[in-house]
Design a protein around this ligand. Structure first.
Ligand code: VG1
Ligand code: CO
Length: 545
């Protein structure tokens, strides 16, 4: 058994984005491609000491197992002496974050393209998390990118593939490999944060029915252990709970479009009381009640207003944070509680410093992601358990919880319109066109809406003072309404334009209105400002959430 040094050539590639590198499977399967990128990660990290632990796992999509075998052999060749791998090669993103923190690992490598589809013709991805359990900071991903442009060789330890299915230890040369059960660990952790007795009683009453859609992705085994085994929910609570390499052919994206099976059940006759779904790698969540969809922004606000009732959070909130395009619903709660509310750029990595510095307890994004200081990633099942715990405590249906919240804090009508796979040059031109207008628009009126300010969002991290520029164009109106434009950093084909629309309504008499209708004037202003149709050739968004 020996280490092979394999000559390769630099590959000038795109910078790893907010959540690692995402490409088509075919791209990752090209000779040396995955290896090059992984070697660049190892070259950028400090050289591992004997005690340093590396954790590897993925969301189970096509190419997961093969990639793990390659990365394992490269990790050994690069000096790792202790490696942990999730059983069957599976680890959800939040479970990875929890495991890194529990084992005090040096870092973790997650194979996932999150909510993007899987299969030989679909997407694959690789991201790496650091010792705090969170995504690598920009300085590090930039350094990896620089390494990809200089790489000359990679290292591979020669051995047969190992068995990823049986728990236990394997010794390869000087390296100890452990196949670990992350499901039990994660379930124990959740049990410590939430009142499982109260939730178990809720299911036992027979008066409460829920559906959880794992979308054939990684949370299936975790949901089975937690919801069925520990909380006593009936078996038919779970939909699509067996992980599949192609996620059953769907997009494992828990939103109104892609989780339509679940949505139809919750809005149909004999709808259950509660519905939830999570994405490919388990960090996203969607929350539904009978005949109601809770926007992720509202979900964050409800969590902030109620968190002190939960066992794991009895000391309340130190502060909260939301990504810039997320609605300002949580700001109202923070204001009433007298705690700080931070506004960060899109992407979970910007919450890391705030969490590490204990400036915030809770944070979230409009893109179906919420989480807390328990780990350094957003956490899908955690959010589901949060809501279950809340329902068990308040003994109220979701609709009632929302109505009460809106009566107290006002309602933020909110929607995101995505234009997917548009021509990249056209998308860039649209953004440039908007940027050119920023200086001259303030004070201008669009029908009833008067523009108060607009800018290209720039964030200064309050902990390390690092500056992140060009994080999205904000148009803020005098009544509190906002329109935000930004380009996605996670797509694998063309560009995706995201238009975020938000309107505040304080009057409870008007809280029953339909969202898209309520936002119609803003939708029109967005078109007027950005000339979306002219630039992209599209007369409507591809996804509305
Ligand atoms: C999207 C979301 C963003 C999220 C990111 C990763 O990014 O908008 O809020 O943090 O996905 O989520 P973008 O650049 O495409 O808008 V996940 O579940 O892929 O880790
Ligand atoms: Co995800």
């Amino acid at each position: 058994m020996s280490i092979r040094y394999i000559a390769t050539t630099p590959f000038s590639d795109q910078k790893p984005g907010t959540s690692g590198l995402r490409k088509k499977v075919r791209v990752f399967q090209q000779p040396h491609y995955l290896e090059n990128f992984v070697q660049c990660i190892f070259d950028t990290l400090p050289k591992p000491a004997k005690k340093d632990i590396l954790i590897i796992g993925g969301d189970g999509r096509y190419y997961n197992q093969q990639a793990i075998q390659i990365i394992l052999k490269m990790a050994i060749a690069n000096g790792f002496r202790h490696i942990l791998i999730g059983q069957h090669g599976l680890i959800s993103t939040p479970a990875m974050s929890a495991q890194i923190r529990k084992y005090r690992a040096l870092c973790g490598i997650i194979l996932s393209a999150s909510h993007n589809p899987g299969g030989p013709e679909a997407d694959f991805g690789i991201k790496f998390n650091m010792g705090n359990g969170g995504p690598a900071p920009e300085a590090l991903t930039d350094a990896v990118y620089d390494a990809t442009r200089a790489i000359q060789e990679y290292r591979l330890f020669e051995s047969d593939d190992i068995d990823l299915d049986s728990l236990g230890e394997i010794q390869l040369a000087e390296t100890r490999i452990e196949i670990i059960d992350t499901v039990t660990d994660y379930a124990d952790f959740m049990q410590h944060l939430f009142d499982f007795d109260a939730i178990r009683a809720l299911f036992k009453s027979g008066l409460f029915h829920m559906l959880f859609d794992a979308m054939h992705a990684v949370t299936g085994p975790y949901a089975k252990e937690i919801l069925l085994r520990r909380l006593g929910a009936p078996t038919d609570t779970l939909l699509n709970a067996v992980p599949k390499e192609d996620f059953g052919g769907g997009h494992p994206d828990p939103n109104l479009l892609h989780a339509h099976e679940l949505v139809e059940r919750l809005f149909g006759a004999n709808a259950p009381d509660f519905g939830a779904a999570s994405d490919g790698d388990g960090d996203r969540n969607m929350i539904l009640g009978r005949h109601i969809f809770v926007t992720p922004s509202d979900s964050l606000a409800v969590m902030a207003a109620n968190i002190h009732h939960l066992p794991g959070y009895s000391s309340g909130l130190s502060g909260v944070a939301r990504s810039m395009p997320t609605s300002q619903a949580v700001d109202k709660v923070a204001e009433s509680l007298g705690v700080e509310c931070y506004e960060t750029p899109t992407g979970w990595k910007f919450f890391g410093n705030l969490l590490d510095a204990r400036k915030i307890t809770l944070c979230g994004e409009e893109s179906f992601g919420n989480g807390s200081d328990h780990i350094r990633e957003k956490d899908g099942l955690w959010a589901v358990l949060f809501w279950l715990n809340l329902i068990a405590l308040r003994q109220q249906p979701v609709l009632e919880i929302m109505r009460e919240h809106w009566r107290r804090f006002g309602r933020h009508y909110y929607s995101r319109h995505d234009y997917e796979e548009v021509d990249s040059t056209a998308a860039e031109s649209l953004m440039a066109h908007l940027r050119r207008q920023l200086g001259g628009l303030s004070g201008r009126s669009f029908g009833d809406y008067r523009l108060k300010a607009c800018d290209d969002f720039c964030y200064t991290d309050p902990v390390d003072n690092s500056i992140s520029e060009h994080q999205g164009l904000r148009f803020m109106f005098e009544d509190g309404s906002r329109i935000v434009f930004r380009l996605s950093g996670t797509g694998t084909a063309g560009a995706t334009l995201r238009v975020y629309l938000e309107r505040y309504e304080a009057d409870p008499e008007k809280h029953g209105l339909e969202t898209q209708q309520t936002l119609a004037p803003l939708i029109q202003i967005a078109e007027e400002l950005a000339q979306i149709q002219q630039f992209t050739g599209r007369d409507r968004p591809s996804v509305i959430t």
